[in-house]
Ligand binder design. Structure first.
Ligand code: FES
Ligand code: FE2
Length: 440
């Protein structure tokens, strides 16, 4: 349970809000690189509650700027993207990707004041198939986060995106709420139904594990653990990484390189990106017969794209159609009756309402990660607000290298933190990163 004041502080992201200011210290994924073509159509972009326009100029550079033209505030969405600049169609003023006014053709040359006009434009870089923007206060932007999944070579990287009609924190808390996995996603599966050799069957044998959680330099981490082979625990580790990244536990720790990013479009809409390594060992997906686990195969069909502020990457299964729930399937084979792991998650986090009233909750010991993560975020936002102190990850991009999610077996008499460090040291990294060093 959370007070209305704290809930507000955690969920509001506009300029001047505690969480909005915290996020603005970091680079923020704005859209996919593939969404912007040189001299292509300008695109409406909603980011942290700000209405922006994104475009790629003739030279391939990207501009992300205030959508209102600084002349008389017509929207640059209607602009002409031509010859290295975006031209407002109202009176023809033209701007480059940095927001400089290049031409002012409706004003006599003698009265031209274009050198004095600049529209708000944010810094932009591209990495991992994403366009990143820096909306913060510094003249020099901080480094990009050294998150392993975001540094993979393009041909070994999977990238998916979809929009969620709810607040960013609700979306993120779905990622770190591990206890739902044994119910929402695989609630209809018995331990006997899966390959007896897979270690992941322990998550089915025991659906009520214990937890360890702790704050870390990058954010927070937890492990869910339960007894497995004699003398061992089956651990599932996952992380929250400031300000909006997660590493989920669904796979083998050894090679599970994955990252989810929950970027607030505004207070009630979130763009969720999933980045992963295509060569990782697949997580538990099939029954021992080789058939897919009922309800698990994804179906991320999108609605047609529109130019609306909310028109990109919306899923066909949504709140209006109850995510196509099939009650017959729910009775017979699939615990939720909703098809696809992503859609199941989407239904649960959106059905709470746009911004869930957390004063109504009754959190359980299984929600400890959610509790410590809220506290971590609130403290980080308040340190910034009261003492102008930024989290270490803003400048220490390498800190993120110490975080890896996934499952492994370890001896019971080994401390859980030590078990994590040892497995990180031995983890496979396609980048040849010295994971062990990062962990120390
Ligand atoms: S409003 Fe854009 S040029 Fe006048
Ligand atoms: Fe889930």
């Amino acid at each position: 349970m959370l007070s209305a004041r704290d809930n507000d502080a955690l969920t509001r992201v506009g300029p001047g809000t505690p969480m909005g200011e915290l996020m603005r210290q970091y680079w923020i994924p704005a859209c996919l690189s593939s969404e912007l073509e040189p001299d292509g159509e300008p695109m409406r972009l909603l980011l942290l509650g700000e209405q922006l326009i994104a475009f790629r100029d003739s030279a391939g550079r990207i501009g992300i700027m205030e959508h209102r033209c600084p002349h008389r505030c017509a929207s640059l969405f209607f602009g002409r993207n031509e010859q290295n600049g975006l031209r407002c169609v109202y009176h023809g003023w033209k701007f480059d990707v940095e927001g400089n006014c290049l031409e002012m053709p409706n004003v006599p040359a003698s009265q031209d004041f274009k050198s004095k006009v600049k529209t708000k434009a944010y810094k932009v870089v591209e990495r991992a198939g994403l366009v990143w923007t820096y909306m913060g206060p510094r003249a020099e932007a901080p480094p990009l986060p050294e998150i392993e999944a975001l540094m993979l070579p393009e041909d070994e990287r999977s990238l998916r995106v979809h929009q969620r009609e709810c607040n960013w924190l609700q979306s993120l808390e779905g990622d770190i709420d591990t206890s739902h996995f044994g119910f929402l996603h695989i609630g209809s599966v018995d331990a006997d139904d899966v390959d007896p050799a897979t270690m992941h069957r322990w998550s089915i044998v025991d659906r009520a594990p214990d937890y360890h959680t702790r704050e870390t330099e990058w954010g927070t981490m937890y492990t869910a653990y339960r007894e497995a082979e004699p003398g061992t625990y089956y651990y599932r580790f996952a992380h929250f990484l400031l300000p909006f990244f997660t590493h989920t536990p669904n796979g083998s720790f050894h090679d599970q390189i994955q990252c989810t990013i929950n970027v607030p479009m505004d207070d009630t809409h979130t763009m969720t990106y999933n980045v992963g390594w295509t060569k990782r060992t697949p997580p538990l997906q099939t029954l021992k017969t080789g058939e897919p686990i009922p309800g698990l195969p994804p179906d991320m069909t999108y609605l047609p794209r529109t130019n609306d502020w909310y028109g990109r990457w919306r899923l066909a299964a949504n709140r209006d159609n109850d995510y196509f729930i099939d009650r017959e399937m729910q009775r017979r084979s699939n615990y939720s009756g909703i098809q696809g792991i992503g859609r199941q998650d989407q239904a649960m986090i959106e059905c709470m309402g746009e911004i869930v009233d957390r004063s109504l909750e009754h959190l359980a010991p299984s929600d400890r990660m959610i509790m410590v993560t809220r506290r971590r975020l609130l403290n980080a936002a308040r340190d910034l607000q009261n003492d102008k102190k930024v989290p270490a990850t803003v400048d220490g991009a390498h800190i993120y290298r110490g975080a890896r999610g996934g499952a492994f077996l370890a001896p019971m008499d080994l401390d859980w933190g030590e078990a994590y460090t040892r497995n990180l040291r031995n983890a496979f990294s396609p980048l040849g990163m010295l994971m062990a060093q990062a962990a120390e």
